[in-house]
Design a binder for this molecule. Sequence first.
Ligand SMILES: Nc1ncnc2c1ncn2[C@@H]1O[C@H](COP(=O)(O)OP(=O)(O)OP(=O)(O)O)[C@@H](O)[C@H]1O
Length: 206
Amino acid sequence: MKIELDSVGKRYKTEWIIRGLSLEVAPGQRYAITGPNGSGKSTLMKMLSGFLSPSKGQVSFSLDGRQLGVHEVYRHLSFAAPYIELIEELTLTEAIRFHRQFKATKPGMDDEAIYQLLGFRKARSKQVRNFSSGMKQRLRLALALVTESPLLLLDEPTTNLDEEGIGWYRGLIARFGTGRTLVIASNAAVDFDFCEHKVYIPDYKQ
Ligand SMILES: Nc1ncnc2c1ncn2[C@@H]1O[C@H](COP(=O)(O)OP(=O)(O)OP(=O)(O)O)[C@@H](O)[C@H]1O
């Protein structure tokens, strides 16, 4: 997936959050989006997913040389973020199967393989509402990473993860993160220190 941002600006009411951002997000490359709380990292992630449109400038998407309409983009991406809600009423088994109805998973990643990956096989009949916050975050990340999608967007990926969970996240990236375009919004180096490119949001305020 390639994403081109041409002089992009985003404004909420009268406040400009991002201004003058031109960037090419190239296929197979890894990008870190950094900046203080409230600087606009999540806002940029939402524009990179096609969920938010810019107030100024252009965001365009292409896949294998074919231009994608903004309404097609969601089919080709996985997005894990604390503000993307899981369906709390579903059990783990149901949540995985529900996800699979919309998105293909990588070869060999059947239900059993995903339970093993998550490391909480005994929770398969537990409702997501009864998961701990770390378990919910692992589920968000696992579903995003095992999905067959050329664009992977991870906003604050290690939120609610303990040290072991952070190691687990890095293992997931090593196993499933290669060969796809990866964008990570975070201020924790451990989340993104393997990224080749960095975008610091306060550089795009004027
Ligand atoms: N829908 C909205 N309407 C108005 N203002 C908004 C909206 N969404 C975000 N903002 C504002 O835009 C600014 C950037 O928010 P954003 O969530 O993108 O920052 P962030 O860098 O991801 O922050 P954090 O590190 O705290 O998650 C904030 O001032 C926020 O209040």
